[in-house]
Design a protein around this ligand. Structure first.
Ligand code: GLA
Length: 329
């Protein structure tokens, strides 16, 4: 065959192959409870990247409540998806999610938040990808203590505002780790005040923070901890509303990517920094494992813990985010 014709034939074959491959491209879902959080947007972004690298399509669906979650599973099945990764809006939906997924033969990997059964026990049989909650919480407590020392605050005048969300296991483990680390460093347990938030967003945490502040009018300096950036931001906003200056407040969040706007502000606020784990790894790895499971029958481990974390502050956040490929979109 003429060289040129040969080349054309090869191109033709490639075109045909890619077309037919596209028709039955694997489809996998990625469902998240709070798509407004950059954390989950980052997971989606890196799930998409995995899809591009490994040749599958990611169907991204926001599932802020139980009804939307179950509907999303129906629509994934109708679209021919073979499985999904999910951060559930409520861990107690676990049994209903699994029952529906099984009825369609869909494989499931939980990310971030673990399912619990009707008795409130963790559903360990569902593969889970999550951050090392207790360790990252401890780091939050250690960093708060360190910054307090650096500022030379009088401990007697200082209180800890601990905004909790104990019904979510990962949250409970983070805030418990944080408080334990503060106590271990020598912070008086009696000056650690807990308040639960009604919702995992800034307005919920703001209300929680306000109600706590009015109960402790003598405290001059506040350390603020919570399970993620929005929780801590709500607490910081509460202190601002009640007349505290940035110099008298140290808040350290968790998630990092949700703190970018705050850390970019011209003036320093009470939000000192955030612990940045790896939303990129959560997004990429969870769906990569699902793809291996669906296409090659490789069962994912029941538990994948993502441990690395870095403290970002106004001084280093740009560099640290860039290092992970999380800087500007
Ligand atoms: C929970 C929180 C999110 C994020 C993830 C990380 O789902 O609600 O903000 O911190 O955990 O695993």
């Amino acid at each position: 065959m003429h060289k040129f014709t040969k080349a054309l034939a090869a191109i033709g074959l490639a075109a045909f192959m890619s077309h037919s491959a596209m028709a039955d491209t694997e489809k996998l879902g990625f469902l998240v409870k709070q798509p407004e959080e950059p954390w989950f947007q980052t997971e989606w972004r890196f799930a998409d990247k995995a899809g591009k690298d490994l040749g599958f399509q990611v169907i991204k669906i926001a599932v802020p409540d139980g009804e939307k979650t179950l509907n999303a599973i129906d629509s994934l099945a109708a679209n021919g998806a073979k499985g999904f990764v999910i951060c559930t809006p409520d861990p107690r939906l676990g049994p209903a999610i699994m029952a529906k997924a099984k009825s369609y033969g869909l494989k499931v990997i939980a990310v971030d938040d673990q399912f619990v059964n009707a008795k409130g026990k963790p559903m360990d049989d569902v593969p889970l990808v999550m951050m090392a909650a207790s360790k990252i919480g401890e780091r939050q407590g250690q960093e708060l203590y360190k910054e307090m020392k650096k500022r030379g605050w009088n401990v007697a005048d200082t209180g800890v505002m601990a905004i909790t969300a104990d019904e979510l296991d990962t949250a409970r483990r983070r805030t418990t780790g944080s408080m334990d680390a503060l106590k271990a460093a020598g912070f008086p347990a009696a000056q650690i005040y807990k308040v639960p938030t009604k919702s995992n967003d800034i307005p919920g945490a703001l209300d929680a923070g306000n109600s706590l502040l009015v109960q402790h009018p003598k405290v001059k300096n506040w350390l603020i901890l919570g399970m993620n950036d929005n929780t801590v931001l709500g607490g910081v906003r509460a202190t601002e509303g009640q007349g505290f200056n940035a110099a008298n407040v140290i808040g350290i969040g968790i998630n990092g990517v949700d703190a970018v706007n705050e850390l970019s502000k011209k003036e320093q606020t009470g939000f000192y920094g955030s612990l940045l784990p790896s939303p990129d790894v959560h997004g990429y790895k969870s769906i990569q494992m699902l793809n291996d499971w669906v296409t090659k029958g490789v069962e994912p481990p029941k538990f994948t813990e993502v441990t690395d974390v870095v403290l970002i502050t106004r001084d280093n956040f740009k560099v640290e985010l860039d290092k992970k490929g999380l800087g500007g979109k």
